[in-house]
Each structure stands twice: as C-alpha cells, then as structure tokens.
Design a protein around this ligand. Structure first.
Ligand code: FAD
Ligand code: SF4
Length: 464
C-alpha cells in the first residue's frame, strides 16, 4: 500500500468573491479521481472508531471500501442501510465533532473526509434514476400519521413505509422538508437535493398533506379517532427566541427564522419574479454564532449588504457553528464582533432601525456548559450603526401541537416533549422525536430519532 497522506483532499469550492454574489452551492463536490484518492486514505480499521462517532452508525469503512472498488452504487446502498438522507448528511452533518473526530488518522493529521465521500456517493446515486425505483411493499393495514416533514418526520415516514405501514405526513408549510427547505440556504444545501430525497420517500408510498395545521385544523386526538393507529410528532423547534431588549420591534429587526424563510422558502432573493420581498440594509448585524447565525450573515451578503457582522458575547473558540461554515463566512467577508452584545436598539421617527447600543465582555470562569462565562465590562457601552439586525440566538418548539394534546408530558423548562430514546411519550400511541424532543440540535440526530421511533411504532402496532 502506498504511504498514506495526512492531508484530507480539499473540497473544490466556488471562489469567495464570486459566490457571495450568488445563491449557488458553494462546495462543488469531489470528482471521481479525488474521491478515489480520499477513499484510499482509509485504513479499514478492524475496530473502526468512526462508526461509534456516527449517531446512526453508518458502516463507514464498508462504504469507503466499496468506493475503492469503484462500486459506487453498492456504496450508496450500504450507506442507505442506516442513513435515508445521505446527500443531505454529507453536506450538513457536523462531521468534525462526530465520525471524523473519532477517525484514527485525526491523531496525527486530517481524518478521512467521511462526509465528503458520503456526499460523493449519494450524489452519484441521485444521478442514477433507475436505482431509485422501489418494490411495492405489501400493506400491514396499519395507518400512521406523521406530523412535520423535517428530517425526523421524513425518516420515520420512510422507515414505516418500508415496514409496510400506510403513512400520511401532515405538514404546516406548503412544501415538505422542514429546516432543510426553509432554513438551510440553497448555497449550502440545494433544494433539488432535498426534493430528490423527498421524492424517494413518496415513491415508498408515503402520502403528504401540506398546508395542514395540526393543532388547529385537526388535532392528535382527532387523528387517532379518525383511523390512524399511531402518531409520530416531529414538529421541530421553529419558534424563535428574542433578546427582549428595548427597540426590538423596530422595522429591520428580524428573527433568523423569518429572514431565512423569506429568502429560502419564499425565494425573496428572486423578487419580483417571486412575490416575497426582503429589505436588507447596508450594515447587517447577526446576533449569535451558531450555524443559523452563519447562514443568516452569509445570506445578508448575498442579498446586497456591504457589511455583515456576527455579534457574539464570547470569543471565536466558543462559536458553536461548524468549522467549515465559520471558515466560509470569513472568506466571504463576514466580520466578527466578538465579546460584544447589544443592550438596546435605536430607530428613526418612521420606526426604522438605525443602530444599537452594545457592551463589551471578557471571559470569566467556565459555566454549566463548560464554556467560559462572558462577564460584562462596566462602562464599555458604545454605538454600532446598523440598518438590519437578525436575531439568531436559538429557538424552541412551537406549542401548537403540544398544547392541544392532553396527556402528553412536556419538559417545563423549554416545552420540549418528554420521550425516551425510542420516541415513546406519556400518551399511548403517540411517539415523538427530533428537535421537538431534544430542543434545537442536528439533522442526523433528528433522523436517528425518527429511525428509533419507527421501530418502536412498528412494535407497538404489531402488539396492538
Ligand atoms: P424541522 O426540520 O424543524 O421540521 C419540523 C417540521 O414540522 C417543519 O416542516 C414544520 O413546518 C413542521 N411543523 C411544525 N409545526 C407543525 C404543525 N403544527 N403541524 C404540521 N406541521 C408542523 N443541523 C445540522 O446538522 N447541520 C447544519 O448545518 C444545520 N444548519 C442549520 C441551519 C439553520 C438555519 C437551522 C434553523 C437549523 C440548522 N440545523 C443544522 C439544525 C437542523 O436543521 C435541525 O436540528 C433539524 O432540521 C431538526 O429536524 P426536525 O425534523 O426535528 O425538525
Ligand atoms: Fe477509515 Fe478513519 Fe474509520 Fe479507520 S477510523 S475505518 S481510517 S474512516
């Protein structure tokens, strides 16, 4: 075997100067030659640590071995044994803190580019129409309602359909996909990739009812009375948190949810071709430093902002966003305003935002999360001129379904549903998973929860 290189093969990307003027995908994907080269770096460890790092335990060395053998279809099939949405996970999973963090090569150099290889294989399969045809599965006669068409709901629906159950997904928006469609921008996750994965789930026989507001038009109890044998709740955590500061109502202060939904789902960046407009000032401040904040700051540049700032109370080391997202944001010209947080927003007589008062922080002792606590520096008040603020400090579950479902126990602290690791809730026949249980988390964790719940629902139905 040739000597292993310790550097991961670079991901080809659109140049930063070009990409910040368009919404096309930034990362272009490995070519076959590069993928083969990267696959060759895998040592095929006898006890592969990478698998332990993957929340759905994809057989990583096995699918990489199939790439080495140029059996890309086989590699895709291997991936899909555990992961229904590999083209999505290959693009957005935080691999650096999951599978790649455990790869043996990361002790001496770069880990194998597991996510990049996953994307390569999944994209290869997406371009092959014939393999997406699915066999008709005989029906068990059981009917399951899935509420919410995000990664948790889609995974549960796909797995339940493969088990022969009749599944209907109820989705409040006019399209399926959840955050994958309305939150994560096109330049990071093209919507045709998400749609292809949804189409595959439709081919499995899953029915979709969009514009279906569960908790208003119908309720969980009504679904159970109307002939569904079980219900899975995967309604996510789409309710934005605000800072509750004076002036937060000025025009120009958005929640990240609204800002990104207008842009991604309603295609505001194509206004007037699409009907929803979006107004972005010359200077934009995004409050927060997670993936959502990075997406908002990078979107602001693409919508024409001259300056786009990430305003964060801690330092760069504590920023929770994926490394790659921070790197891409900085390359595109997003600026960091660290150890800083606003205390008040200001506006003109027409109610439009003109700026904010900010204070500076320094880092003290670690808090419960293990991160160093930001401590306010007295007398550090200063004015920052901005015309747009995007609040991206987190989100929690929308209470529409939970508040209309008697007998469903919730966590008092944040309104998430109490469910065990298999998605079993306090209410018979009702299962839950994804962000509505964990609070805002990741795509792969939501998918893992959907998978576990599908198993639990199947057992429940067969014992009914
Ligand atoms: P969601 O994706 O939120 O889906 C819930 C669905 O339920 C939605 O379609 C919603 O419309 C629907 N719904 C809600 N209420 C009702 C109702 N009453 N009736 C019917 N339907 C309803 N994770 C990563 O791993 N990597 C990333 O890079 C990443 N980036 C992100 C960027 C942004 C901007 C955001 C917001 C999140 C990001 N995440 C990322 C987190 C990840 O997207 C979520 O953890 C994941 O989508 C949760 O899946 P879910 O299925 O639980 O919920
Ligand atoms: Fe390959 Fe790294 Fe997994 Fe070992 S730990 S099997 S080298 S990806």
């Amino acid at each position: 075997m040739s000597k292993i290189t310790m550097k991961k093969n670079e991901m080809p990307c659109q140049e930063a100067a070009d990409r910040k003027t368009n919404f096309n995908e930034v990362a272009l994907g490995y070519s076959e030659e590069v993928a083969l080269n990267e696959a060759d770096r895998c040592l095929e460890c006898k006890k592969p640590k990478c698998v332990e790092g993957c929340p759905v335990e994809v057989a990583i060395p096995d699918f990489i071995k199939l790439i080495k053998e140029k059996d890309y279809k086989g590699a895709a099939t291997k991936l899909k044994e555990k992961n229904n949405l590999p083209a999505i996970c290959g693009r957005v999973c935080p691999q650096e803190s999951q599978c790649e963090a455990k790869c043996i090569l990361s002790k001496k150099g770069d880990p194998v580019g597991i996510g990049r290889l996953e994307r390569f294989v999944a994209d290869y399969e997406l371009n092959l129409d014939e393999i997406k045809e699915v066999e008709k599965i005989p029906s068990t006669g059981f009917k399951v309602a899935v509420i919410g068409a995000g990664p948790a709901g889609l995974t549960a629906a796909g797995d339940l359909a493969k088990m022969g159950h009749e599944v209907t997904v109820f989705e409040i928006l006019h399209v399926a996909g959840g955050v994958l469609m309305y939150g994560i921008p096109e330049f990071r996750l093209p919507k045709n990739v998400v749609q292809a994965e949804i189409d595959y789930i439709k081919k499995l026989g899953v029915k979709f009812e969009t514009n279906a507001v569960v908790g208003k038009a119908t309720s969980v109890d009504e679904l159970l009375e109307d002939g569904f044998d079980a219900v899975f709740i995967g309604t996510g955590a789409g309710l934005p948190y605000f800072m509750n500061l004076p002036g937060e109502n000025y025009n120009g202060v958005y929640s990240a949810n609204e800002f990104l939904t207008r842009t991604n789902l309603m295609k505001a960046y194509k206004f007037p071709e699409y009907h929803t407009p979006i107004k972005v000032g010359k200077r934009v401040a995004v409050l927060g430093a997670g993936n959502v904040a990075m997406d908002a700051a990078r979107t602001a540049l693409r919508l024409g902002a001259e300056e786009s700032y990430i305003v964060y109370r801690r330092s760069e080391a504590e920023m929770p966003a994926r490394h790659e997202e921070i790197e891409h944001a900085l390359e595109e010209g997003v600026k960091l305003m660290l150890l800083t947080s606003p205390t008040e927003f200001h506006g003109d007589e027409d109610g439009n935002l003109t700026g904010m008062t900010c204070v500076k922080y320094e880092l003290g002792e670690p808090d419960d999360s293990g991160r160093r606590r930001p401590v306010k520096i007295e007398g550090s008040e200063h004015h920052v001129e901005v015309e747009t603020v995007v609040v991206a400090i987190g989100q929690g579950p929308n209470p529409l379904v939970t508040s209309t479902t008697p007998g469903l126990d919730l966590n008092e602290r944040n309104g998430t549903i109490k469910a065990d690791e298999r998605g079993i809730t306090s209410k018979s026949g009702v299962f839950a998973g994804g962000d509505v249980v964990t609070g805002a988390a990741t795509v792969i964790l939501a998918m893992g929860a959907g998978k576990q719940a599908a198993q639990a629902i199947d057992e429940y139905l067969r014992n009914k």
